[in-house]
Design a protein around this ligand. Structure first.
Ligand SMILES: C[S@@+](CC[C@H](N)C(=O)[O-])C[C@H]1O[C@@H](n2cnc3c(N)ncnc32)[C@H](O)[C@@H]1O
Length: 290
């Protein structure tokens, strides 16, 4: 693995990272049911659109590296960008378990989206990932444009973020009626004011929700076409943060159900997270099984 050439642990990217407040509870619960479902759905949904290995992948806000390292193990070449030093530490520890030939295909940079945007002529990639990051940024239009600049002709952009169309679904599933009503009212208000809906997430961070419509508009404004979209955690979001996964047999069935729900109407619209795949027209990059 290529060491970061600008490891600015105390630098500007980390100081301005809204996620940092929720980082410790995030890292403490990577093995919980919610994250297991999330990561597995992202992997399965993404797999439908990946080009044949080795594709050039950029993962912006790679965090602990779950998807980045899975893609490396699948034969792809991954550049991961992550501003938080503790997240990079977990990434690096897990990357050390890769075989040497795999480690040679991953690099981790201590940087963030704003720093990337200073590059006049960025390298392009077949696949650009931005998972669980947009909700911590002040807005999405410029961020999506910045990500899109890195998508090669024929390549794809994969965005996972909080689904503002279903913001009240989790508290409603939990029968937390006052919280559900407050979020329904926030969604109404945000539509009236033509802004993103705001919420506090499960790891205690005030964040911002996009919608399928806003993300589609953002992608199209950046020259990308919506290829597919999925819901993530349609029926498993009523559990507590520390709920562990069930035994292997039950988990396997649960994941198959979530996969079907997340790609089927009307269920997919209720996913806590929305996963958008957008592509840049042209070029020769095509899905591996296409
Ligand atoms: C919820 S974690 C998601 C990690 C990983 N992408 C995943 O889906 O498992 C959000 C990550 O986004 C990173 N992040 C926050 N602001 C960022 C920015 N402006 N540019 C790049 N990454 C950012 C955080 O440091 C954190 O690691």
């Amino acid at each position: 693995m290529v060491a970061s050439e600008h490891d600015d642990t105390d630098g500007a990217p980390e100081r301005s990272n809204r996620f940092t407040r929720g980082r410790d509870p995030w890292l403490a619960h990577l093995g919980n049911l919610r994250n297991v479902v999330r990561q597995e759905m992202v992997s399965r949904q993404l797999a439908r659109h990946l080009p044949a290995a080795p594709a050039r992948v950029l993962d912006v806000g790679a965090g602990q590296g779950t998807q980045a390292l899975r893609l490396v193990a699948a034969g792809h070449e991954v550049t991961a960008v992550e501003p938080d030093h503790a997240m990079r530490d977990v990434f690096t520890t897990d990357a050390a378990r890769l075989r040497p030939t795999e480690r040679a295909r991953v690099s981790l940079q201590a940087s963030d989206l704003a720093t990337l945007s200073t590059e006049a002529r960025p390298a392009t990639h077949d696949v650009v990932l931005c998972h669980g990051v947009l909700m911590y940024l002040p807005e999405s239009r410029a961020a999506v444009a910045e990500l899109a600049r890195r998508v090669a002709p024929g390549g794809i952009l994969s965005i996972v973020t909080r689904n503002g169309d279903a913001l009240a679904w989790r508290p409603a599933l939990r029968h937390e009626w006052s919280a559900a009503l407050a979020l329904l009212e926030e969604v109404d208000q945000s539509r009236t004011e033509d802004r993103a809906a705001l919420y506090r997430n499960e790891i205690g961070v005030d964040a911002r929700a996009d919608t399928l419509g806003s993300l589609t508009d953002d992608c199209e404004a950046a020259g990308l076409e919506l290829t597919a979209w999925y819901g993530i955690r349609v029926a498993t979001d009523d559990v507590a943060l520390d709920e562990p996964p069930p035994d292997a047999a039950h988990l396997a069935t649960l994941l198959d159900v979530e996969e079907r729900l997340g790609s089927t109407d009307p269920y997919r619209a209720l996913g806590t997270l929305v996963h958008v795949i957008a592509s840049r027209p042209g070029g020769s990059v095509s899905p591996a099984d296409g």
